[in-house]
Ligand binder design. Structure first.
Ligand SMILES: CC(C)(COP(=O)(O)OP(=O)(O)OC[C@H]1O[C@@H](n2cnc3c(N)ncnc32)[C@H](O)[C@@H]1OP(=O)(O)O)[C@@H](O)C(=O)NCCC(=O)NCCS
Length: 174
């Protein structure tokens, strides 16, 4: 399975896959409130293709922490149901988290199944002082620091993020 960067041609197929896996009412979820102000981080948007079709997608959105630092929100992550259980989901998360770290992002938040995300370092504890702009099942709201201490003492509401700079600009400190 080859994880490749998302390109402009993948957009409609990704939306179809997300409607299929999360349902058409997915835009009503709290996490979507955090995806409205800025696009997904282009350098952290991935797909897996099979016979020219998108069969898996993972993107990360920029969010703003209460201390005004930028962080990432992982997801949506989705795999075509008939191809589930083959390791695509975990491979996407592993790849995405490694890229997020390499691109210098200090922390990542997720709303998802703790059993699925704990192996990647996510914990409820790291998100305990943080709030989302709407209801979520609290045990599902987790965080991980990619830079140790990035979430120390950070308390309050998560807000939408700023459009992310491209990776080259981040590395150059531009
Ligand atoms: C969740 C999802 C991305 C997993 O992708 P996948 O390629 O099937 O996952 P993998 O093959 O890498 O991993 C399979 C493992 O994940 C577990 N798993 C699958 N879906 C899960 C879910 N929704 N919650 C928790 N665990 C899940 C399986 O039980 C399996 O566990 P095991 O290895 O202990 O048997 C995929 O099933 C999907 O798109 N689901 C619908 C959308 C969704 O719920 N996305 C996740 C949002 S947080």
């Amino acid at each position: 399975m080859k994880i490749i960067p998302q390109g402009p041609k993948h957009g409609p197929a990704i939306e179809r896959l997300l409607d299929l896996t999360f349902g058409h009412d997915r835009h009503g979820k709290t996490v979507y409130r955090l995806r409205e102000a800025a696009p997904a981080v282009p350098s952290l948007s991935f797909v897996i293709e099979r016979d020219g079709d998108v069969v898996a997608t993972l993107r990360f959105w920029p969010v703003t922490l209460p201390n005004h630092e930028q962080a990432l929100l992982l997801g949506p992550l989705a795999v075509l149901p008939e191809l589930s259980g083959q390791g695509m989901g975990r491979a996407m998360v592993r790849h995405g988290m490694a890229e997020a770290r390499a691109q210098g992002w200090p922390s990542v938040l997720v709303v998802g199944d703790p059993k699925y995300y704990e192996p990647f370092g996510f914990s409820r504890e790291k998100a305990e002082s943080l709030r989302l702009p709407g209801w979520v099942e609290l045990p599902r709201f987790q965080a991980v620091e990619l830079v140790p201490g990035a979430l120390d003492g950070v308390e309050g509401l998560i807000r939408p993020g700023r459009p992310a700079k491209p990776a080259w600009a981040r590395k150059a400190g531009a």
